[in-house]
Structures are given as C-alpha cells and as structure tokens.
Design a protein around this ligand. Sequence first.
Ligand code: HSE
Length: 312
Amino acid sequence: MRWAQAMGKATVANVGCGFDVLGFSVDCLYDVVTIKRCSDFQGVKLKVLNNKKVPNDPDKNTAGFAVKEYLKLFQIQGDGLFVELDKRLPLGSGLGSSAASSVAALLAVNAIYDNLATKEELFNIGLRCEQLACGSAHGDNIAPSLYGGVILIRHSNPMKVIPIPIPEELYCLLIHPEVEVNTQDARAVLPKSVPLSLAVKQWSNIGALITGFCLKDKKLIRDSLNDYLIEEERAAFIPHFYEMKDIAYKSNTFNLSISGSGPTVFSFSDSYDKLLNEKEKIEKLLEATGISCQTYLSRLNNKGSYVQSMGE
Ligand code: HSE
C-alpha cells in the first residue's frame, strides 16, 4: 500500500504592514500528515492525533477537506485514503495552524498520485481550505507554508504568489502567549473601510518593506514594518500587547507586530542578542501576570513544507 508523510510549516501572515498580502514560513513549528492508500474502503477517513478539539470529520478539517478537494480536481474515484493528522501546532495561535494542516495533506496526497498537481493547483485548493477554516480565502499562510520564505500575494484573479528574497542574518523572535484567538473573530473587528491617508502610509510601507528585503537593506526593513490599519483593533485580543511592544522598542529590535490574527507576536532583528534580551523580558512580564507562553528564536528560513518520507 502506497503511503506518504509530509510536514506543513507554521507561518507568520501579514508581516506587520501587509494584511492579507505578505507572509513568511517558520522552520521550527509544523503539523505532520501521513496518508495511506487502502483497499478495504473507499473515500477519505481522517484520524487526528494530539488534539481532541480538531474534528475527525474530513469535511470539517482542513487536512481531510484538502484531500477530498484534490481527489475531486483530478476526478479520482474508488480509492480509499486514510489520513492521519498529527496536530502539533496550537489552534487559534496566529501561526497558520489550519494552513499547515492543509499544506501537509496536499503535499502527501500529491506524492501518492505522482505529483499530478502543480504548486499553483495546490495553492488554489489551499485557499478553499482557508475559506472552510475561517470564512476567508486569504493566501498569506498557505503560500509561505507551501513555497517557503517571504511571499507576496498579488490579489489578482487567480491570486499570484510572488517569492521575495530573504536577507541573511535576519533573526525572528516568536512569542505565543497561551490564549486562543479565533481568526474569524479577529477579522470581524476590522474596519470595513480605511481613510485614504492611512492607506497611503500603509502601501508605502509595504513597497518599502519588499524593497528592503530585495536590497538586503535592514534599516529600510526596520523602518517599514509598522501597520496603520489592523493592529489597534487586534491588540485588544492580546494580553499585554503594548507592554511587549515597549520592551521590543527598549531592546532596540526592529519591531513587535502581530503574527496573523494573533495572539502570537513577532520581532525581527539582525542581532540575536537583542532578540534574546527582548525574549527574556517578555517571558518575565507574562510569567508575572500568570500567562504561559512559548517562545522561538531562529533565523528566517527559505524552506517551505515538504514530503519527508514515502513508501509502497
Ligand atoms: N491575513 C490573515 C489575517 C491571516 O490577518 O486575518 C490569518 O492567519
């Protein structure tokens, strides 16, 4: 029986100023999906390990839904696929947990069927999975998880995935305070329209941030990460957001911004030591107020999700 196992990487969507258009992949956090082709049943069965909140119904889970959409696209009928989702990423964390599950499932099922689908086709299925998970087909988690690195999503029809080069020597600190934020709720609080003056500031930052990445200009990156459109509304979901931001400012790192819809926050710097100092201070702050957190400090990485093993 053919089987394949893939990991789906966590992601940081928005990257400060790029709501729904920018994201990058995170190397150290992922979900794992194993798919086995079986002859004793037809259709898709799903088993979720490590998280009782995630439904085993393949229509209600992005890993199962992704596999069913894949079979539909290629009109594959009569096969039985057993999907096992090892759910390692926390739910409602702002780390692209639903996208990580669907990307891992898509890579595994594509390996089983000898890579029938292109990455663009997998991306498009992934967008439908995001629609299922949070009512919005944004691509800024799916694309970086699938392609790796920093990605710009052009909102054309179809959406276009544009990889952006990553400067070496850029480190990223992630802090995940253990509270759950539902993406749908965090989208519902956002303004339906924004003043033109703020939109101008925002798109000047997005242009400058991408230019900073391309030119490896760390000062330009540092100066362009600010968001003017969504942070204020979402900060309310994140305990001690402004105190954490103040610590980042005093630690002289580039920023402290919300990862996706939160509560995870991230900071960039070209100095590992400055981020380490920020990490220790924020851990102390959260600990003193009774909030558990997980922290991760590493280089930015270019590698996206991948099939780690397969067999017959
Ligand atoms: N761009 C999306 C948002 C990402 O901010 O709502 C959600 O993970």
